[in-house]
Every structure is written in C-alpha cells, then in structure tokens.
Design a protein around this ligand. Structure first.
Ligand SMILES: [Zn+2]
Length: 296
C-alpha cells in the first residue's frame, strides 16, 4: 500500500459523515465488494487496518489465477473479513495457452468449494489485453458460469469492451429473470450505460461501482447509477487498482469506498450512510446465498 499523503486528499474526504461502525462485527460493517488484497503489491495488513478504522470489515476478493487463490486462503485464515473468490481472470486466460487454461479450470473445479464466490470471469477484448484470445476467453468464461451455477455460488464478472459478446453468452446461460430482485452475482467495476445496466439486471446481475464513477467527465456512468435501483448496486475499491482521481498515482486505499458511496448518494439524493448500508446489505444477502437459492 502506498503511504497516504493527507495533503493529497481532497477536503471533502473528512466531510463524509458516516456512523461509526465496528468493522469486526461482520453483520454490521461496511462491505467492499471487490478488491485484490492477496495481490503481491498490497500490504494487506496495513490496508485492512485502515479499512477497519473506517468501519469497512468485509472484502470480497477477485480471483486471478491458482497462485492468487492460495494467497487468498492464507489471508482469509488471518483476517475473517477477507472473503475468498476463485476464478480465472481474463488477463490470465489471454496470457496462457489452451492446455494451461484447461489445467487451471480443472484446478478451479477442485478448489472452488473453498471460496464463497466464483470469478473474476468474463471477457476483456481490449486489443492489447486480448491479443488472439477471444475464443479461449469465451470458453473459460462459459466454463466458470457453469461451475458457479453447479455450485450455487455468486459470480463475479469482469467485462471490458465486450458487452455484446457477454450479453449473448448471458442470454443463453442466465436467462432473463422477470420482475423483482434476484441476484446471481455482480458485474465488477461496472462502467457502462443505463441500457447495459438494464441488460445485466435482467440476467440477475448487480452492478458494482468504484473509482471510475468519480471521474468528472464520466456522465454515462453517473446517469446509469442515478437510474439503477438501490437493490442492484454494490460498492467496490478494486484495490490496489483503479484509484479514483483523489488518489491518482497511488495504490487505491480503503477510504476510496467512502468517496464512491458519497458520489452515489449525490446521484440518488439520499445520504452516504444509506448508500453504505444498502449496498453492504446487498452483498451480505448475495453471500448468504438466499438469493441464489430462489428459483426465478
Ligand atoms: Zn478485479
């Protein structure tokens, strides 16, 4: 974790007025819906300590590759708030050949029982990431959807520049749910439009928003968040990546979750406190699996 420099924090950081919460009370603490605390760049102990001081006590992870899953388990043993999530990140898939991906998918099927969610899975078709891996990414994505459905675990999706392809896959594997709130997982770092958010919600996916929401010019996402029902919204840091502008150039600190909540509150015209409470409750509900066990 980078050394935090108080002078780099905008004045409104201290203006965010939230009720103090005991982060060790996991039924009341605030929830970070996506981070990578097992990433080798992160000083997890310092990060978690800072998070706890803000009342943030549950951290759903994003799985990357088999080595990352092992590090997540070690971390979860030490900190009860770290929630393991195992999956093959599209970056991993794009950087490995078919036999390596198959082997990792086999390993995933063996160990996924030790995680509370499956992901991050999905498609990242930015040319510098994807190279020639579109077919392999699609294959790994579908295999992980099947695994999550079979194991009744929430899924965590990563989708960049591949909305149409993703929607096609989801239409087949996660047929639209008609009415009401029914969640099968989240799209992490959602950065799309309102029509895209609607499509994801119809597939039973919540939208998790983070640092990109705080970019001033990101009107498309701000408009989408203004329209997304609160029951479908989640807050994330994606630490150590995607710091909001306030922390640009640094590793993303836990504090950025409060800035994201504050921005959602402005867009929804409700209090930051309410946003933190509702979004945290949404993740607790998803992890309790009560949502997943409902039949659409
Ligand atoms: Zn991630």
């Amino acid at each position: 974790m980078s050394k935090s420099n108080p002078s780099a924090i905008s004045p409104s950081a201290t203006d965010i007025c939230i009720e103090s919460r005991d982060a060790l009370d996991l039924s009341l603490c605030y929830v970070d819906s996506h981070s990578h605390l097992a990433d080798l760049r992160v000083d997890a102990e310092a990060w978690i300590l800072a998070a706890q001081q803000l009342g943030i006590g549950l951290y759903l992870q994003g799985g990357v590759d088999p080595e990352d899953w092992q590090r997540q388990l070690l971390l979860a043993k030490k900190y009860s708030g770290v929630i393991p999530c195992f999956g093959l990140h599209p970056y991993f898939v794009a950087d490995h050949d078919e036999s390596e991906v198959e082997l990792a998918l086999d390993q995933l099927a063996l160990v996924a029982g030790q995680a509370q969610a499956v992901g991050e899975m999905g498609l990242d078709f930015r040319p510098h990431i994807a190279k020639n891996s579109h077919d392999l990414q699609t294959h790994a994505f579908i295999a992980q959807i099947e695994l999550a459905l079979m194991m009744t675990k929430p899924m965590v999706l990563h989708v960049v520049q591949a909305f149409d392809e993703t929607d096609k896959i989801l239409s087949h594997w996660l047929p639209p749910f008609d009415g009401g709130v029914f969640l099968r997982g989240i799209v992490h770092s959602f950065n799309g439009s309102w029509p895209q958010a609607q499509a994801y919600m119809q597939h039973g996916l919540g939208l998790s928003v983070g640092g990109p929401l705080l970019r001033q010019q990101n009107l498309k996402l701000k408009q989408a968040v203004a329209s997304i029902p609160m029951d479908f919204l989640f807050l994330e840091t994606d630490a150590p990546d995607q710091p909001p502008p306030q922390f640009s150039g640094q590793q993303n600190p836990a504090q950025s979750l409060l800035f994201v909540a504050e921005e959602v509150a402005k867009l929804k015209n409700i209090s930051t406190q309410q946003v933190l409470d509702i979004c945290s409750q949404n993740m607790r509900r998803l992890l309790s699996k009560t949502e997943l066990l409902r039949t659409p």
